[in-house]
Each structure stands twice: as C-alpha cells, then as structure tokens.
Design a protein around this ligand. Structure first.
Ligand code: TXA
Ligand code: MG
Length: 339
C-alpha cells in the first residue's frame, strides 16, 4: 500500500483513515506512535503485525480528554487526578484498573489494566478528536529497533505497511513517556521518562517505587514490554561512563581497523582529539539534547553509514538522565567501554 504523508493541517484526512480501521502514524512530544482505533480489534491486531510486536505486550491508549479515560477505567484516585492536572498533556503515561471488559484483550495484552496517555501535540490531539475515538499507539518502529523521532524514521521502518503518517517534524523529548503504574497499592514507575519520580512525588506527596524495585511474585504486572530486546541498533554500542574516559576510548577507537561512530556532547567533541576513522554525531549540550538526539544518532549510523561500532556518552542516572540511561543501556546490551 502507498503510505500517505499528511501535514498537521490535513488531520481530517488522516482521521478518516483511523475511522476506516487503517493505521496512521502520529507525532507526539516524545516519539512517533503507530496509531489505530483502540476500539477496533481488527485494526489493533494490524498494529502488532506491522511492528512485528509480541501480542502479550500491551499498547498505550492515547486520549484527548480525561472523560475518555473515565469511560474505560475504574474511578480515578485523588493522586491520579492530581497527576493529570499537573502533567497532562505531557509525557506521563498512567496505568489504571479497567471496568470489566472495557477494552479488548488485544489492547491490554489480556490484563485488567490499561495504560493511558494524553500526548502534548496539537495535531495528534486534533486527530484523536476528529477520529472520535481513542487511538492505540506503540512507538512507530519495527519491534526491537530504536524508537522513531522523525517521520523519516517511521517511513524507514513502516513505509508501505501503514496507510498514513501525520508529519509534524522532529519530536522534542526524544525518549518515550514515563510509565507510572497506579493500579496497585503503591505508585510504581515501570519505565523512566521525562516526568521524573521526584516530580511525581512532589505532586502526590507519596513515595514512588522506581524501575529497579523488586516486584514480589504476587505483585504483577510490571510493563510486559520491558522484557523484550529494545532500542537495539545493528551496530554495537559501547557506553563511555565518565568524561575522563574519553581520551582512552578515542585512543582505542583509533586503533580499530574500521570506521567508528562517536556520539557525545559538543564539549567532549571539541575538547578531545577525534581520530580520522571516527565519525561524530553531536548530542548537543546536555542531557535534554542528548535524550532528544539519542535514537536519531543510533539510526543515523545504521542507515546512513557502514559503521558497526559506536562509542556513546553516559549521563548521571537521575532526573531525565535515568530515562536516557535506561534507553542507552538497552541499546548497548549493557556493554561499557572499559579503560
Ligand atoms: O512516549 C510514549 O509512550 C510512546 C508514544 C507513541 O506515546 N509510546 C510508547 O509505546 O512508547 P510502547 O508501546 O512502545 O511502550 C509502552 C510500554 C510498554 O513497555 C508496555 O509493556 C507498557 O507500556 N504497558 C502498556 N500497557 C500496560 C499495562 N496495562 N501494564 C503494564 N505495562 C503496560
Ligand atoms: Mg516502543
């Protein structure tokens, strides 16, 4: 099929495709999503097919308003309402208990909960409103690959497999939303994102479990998606943990017989000698720009070069850095450059 590219002003045409049960990729502030009518089981099944996604990995339901959440979810807690007020629209996905049979098992992976998100992108909020239905949306990449932060990334993976894409340029945050489980006794972050644990705790005045906590046998579910291989480029990524490791890392790279990739901030790229066999990809100035550029950099080396080895900068594992490091660690399969 021909994949139609829509401008933000052409939302109506894109919404018609969603209504007809077709797949349309959509922009958000985090990454591009692969959209389908959340109430159309046939369409939802096609999302899994197009991505090659395991069917037990549930999808996020994207909504344009809280009333839609309340249609499907059990009554929201005070904490949930506070978080909605503080962070929606924005990069916080919340998992709520569902009313019985509110959503098809294809959407929830058979769970009695579902993940809801109100993305901060005007074109996409209009798309959801015009389609008149909530839209499921996993990241619009082939399963296992880095998430797409531009329409070109989406087309690279899914051109010809989906009916359309709403192109609103590059996304701003670059790493996927924080996934916060509010279905159990204690709020738990299942996936770190731009809305940090500290920011959530400040709003609800309650301790939030973070991804590293141990889930007891009776305390399912953690995000089923976390068990799958993720964000993995074809190239091998080596994490360079400290700024002081760069001279040694680059000296090692220089000795390699092949072209190497180097992903780091401008400060590192200008303060170190970059060997001739190293191609640079700038992560900008700080953890914000690095998060925005991480997936684009990994994709750049895979799709536009022959490079098979990438050195990439680590950041402190807190705040947005926790989200960045979560994705980088997965991309690298936990491989670190060691001095
Ligand atoms: O920023 C984002 O969240 C992007 C954009 C497109 O909105 N979406 C996204 O979706 O990253 P996806 O499907 O790639 O990741 C959703 C994660 C998966 O790890 C999934 O297992 C988890 O959320 N999840 C979804 N529903 C869940 C549920 N009911 N219980 C536990 N985890 C759930
Ligand atoms: Mg994903």
């Amino acid at each position: 099929m021909e994949t139609k590219v829509f401008k933000p002003t052409e939302v109506t045409a894109a919404a018609k495709l969603i209504q007809a049960g077709q797949l349309v990729a959509f922009p958000t502030e985090t990454v591009y999503g692969l959209g389908a009518d959340a109430t159309n089981v046939t369409a939802v099944k096609q999302v899994y097919q197009a991505k090659g996604r395991p069917s037990d990995n549930p999808l996020i339901v994207h909504v344009a308003d809280v009333a839609t959440v309340e249609r499907f979810a059990k009554p929201l807690s005070v904490a949930a309402k506070k978080l909605i007020k503080a962070f929606w629209p924005g990069p916080l996905t919340m998992i709520f208990n569902l009313k019985p049979a509110a959503l098809a098992p294809e959407v929830t992976g058979g769970l009695t909960t579902a993940a809801f998100r109100n993305p901060n992108n005007t074109a996409t909020l209009n798309l959801i409103r015009e389609a008149g239905t909530p839209i499921v949306g996993p990241s619009a990449n082939t399963s296992g690959k880095p998430s797409p932060t531009t329409a070109q990334h989406v087309l690279h993976d899914l051109d010809g497999k989906i009916a359309g894409i709403l192109d609103d340029g590059a996304t701003q945050v670059g790493v996927e939303s924080t996934v916060l489980d509010l279905s159990g006794k204690q709020p738990a972050i299942l996936r770190p994102g731009a809305v940090t644990a500290a920011a959530i705790e400040a709003v609800i005045g309650e301790k939030v479990l973070t991804e590293q906590h141990h889930v007891g046998a009776t305390e399912v579910p953690k995000a089923p998606g976390m068990k799958y291989k993720h964000y993995a480029p074809d190239a091998q990524v080596y994490i360079v943990d400290h700024i002081t490791d760069w001279p040694a890392a680059l000296a090692w790279a220089e000795k390699q017989p092949l072209q190497m990739g180097v992903m780091a901030t401008d400060a590192i790229l200008t303060n170190n000698h970059i060997p001739a066999n190293c191609e640079q990809f700038s992560l900008g100035n700080d953890v914000q720009s690095a998060s925005r550029e991480l997936f684009a950099g990994l994709r750049h080396f895979d799709t536009e070069t022959e490079i098979k080895d990438i050195l990439c900068q680590a950041f402190d594992n807190n705040g947005l850095g926790a989200a960045y490091m979560n994705r980088l660690n997965k991309s690298a399969g936990q491989t670190h450059f060691s001095v």
